[in-house]
Design a protein around this ligand. Structure first.
Ligand code: GLN
Length: 316
């Protein structure tokens, strides 16, 4: 990113933060997970991290929120790192065009979910990781603590419990996939792991840092003075970004690609993370969601940011 644009970022973020306030009240906080319904709706933060190490933030960028489906991104990356291309035998990589929790395609496609970012696909990924790691929640948390340099990072036990108690639909999908032979472990155990995973909490500032490797050819940027590391192979980082661009916003993936044009991953906690390859990462959070489960203010903020910076997915 040219220096002039980086210096313009604070003013751009302030303006977007101000303009977005007009959209409060247009969406609704997720309520199908009862504990999420209690989150105060009028919160909004943006954090930007650039590959040169500089960071910018505005609003509630340091408040922790429930990552929900954004954790599917990290679980998928962990699976890619630990079992590699083998995972494509159990999950596809095509957009589903259906809601994140839809199960209609599972029957016609014989228990193989369309992609790792819809719930069915994420459950298969968690199943793969459950086989690979005896203590999956800590394996995933360990990776996230490393990426954020925050040893305290954790999941919210109350939200995990609340989702687990009402996870009938996800449970049905797990058993359904098992009937096709595409689920190895006990669905009850995998659902425990999945609900803890989804309840992981992070702030926008942490999320922008945790996904930096995707903007930086697979290399993370350490803030604790230790050397940067090739967290993911550069080719795999490129592939993950492609999957985020095509599947990261479920049945709104086409609309997001048109309006924003950056690889994204959204979650029903109201967070969205976007990757500008070669430039940096953007994390936004506002709990009110549109009908497809994506943050209203978050999508607006990302659209405004790309309009004002010219960032796009092909930039290097
Ligand atoms: N934990 C949520 C679920 O399985 C995640 C959904 C989401 O964020 N879109 O329904």
């Amino acid at each position: 990113m040219p220096a002039a644009s980086a210096s313009a970022l604070p003013a751009i973020l302030d303006q977007i933060h101000t303009d977005a306030q007009a959209l409060f009240g247009q969406g609704r906080v997720a309520s199908y997970i009862p504990a999420l319904a209690e989150v105060p709706p009028r919160q909004f933060g943006i954090a930007v991290a650039l590959v040169d190490g500089s960071t910018f933030s505005v609003g509630d960028a340091h408040t922790s929120f429930s990552l929900q489906s954004i954790t599917k991104l990290f679980a998928f990356v962990l699976a890619l790192k630990s079992v590699g291309d083998e995972l494509w035998q159990r999950v596809g990589r095509e957009p589903s065009g259906a809601a994140f929790n839809s199960m209609v395609q599972l029957e016609t496609e014989k228990g193989i979910p369309r992609n790792p970012f819809i719930n069915a696909g994420a459950l298969v990924i968690t199943d793969i990781l459950t086989t690979r790691y005896a203590h999956l929640d800590y394996a995933l948390l360990g990776a996230l603590r490393r990426l954020t340099d925050d040893p305290e990072l954790s999941w919210n036990a109350r939200i995990a419990r609340s989702e687990r108690d009402t996870a009938h639909r996800n449970m049905a999908m797990a058993y359904f996939m098992k009937s096709y032979g595409n689920f190895v472990n006990d669905p009850e155990l995998v659902l425990d792991n999945y609900c803890r995973q989804c309840a992981t909490e992070m702030s926008c500032a942490q999320l922008a840092q945790a996904t930096m490797f995707l903007a930086n050819n697979g290399r993370d940027l350490r803030r604790d003075g230790s050397p940067d590391e090739q967290f993911l192979a550069a080719d795999d980082a490129r592939r993950v970004n492609a999957l985020m661009l095509t599947c990261g916003a479920y049945d709104a993936a086409g609309d997001f690609a048109y309006r924003i044009g950056l690889p994204v991953k959204t979650g029903v906690g109201g967070g969205i993370v976007a990757i500008a390859p070669g430039i940096g990462t953007v994390a936004v959070w506002a709990p009110e969601l549109d009908a497809k489960g994506n943050s209203v203010l978050g999508a607006f903020a990302l659209e405004q940011l790309v309009l004002r910076t010219g960032w796009n997915h092909g930039q290097a």
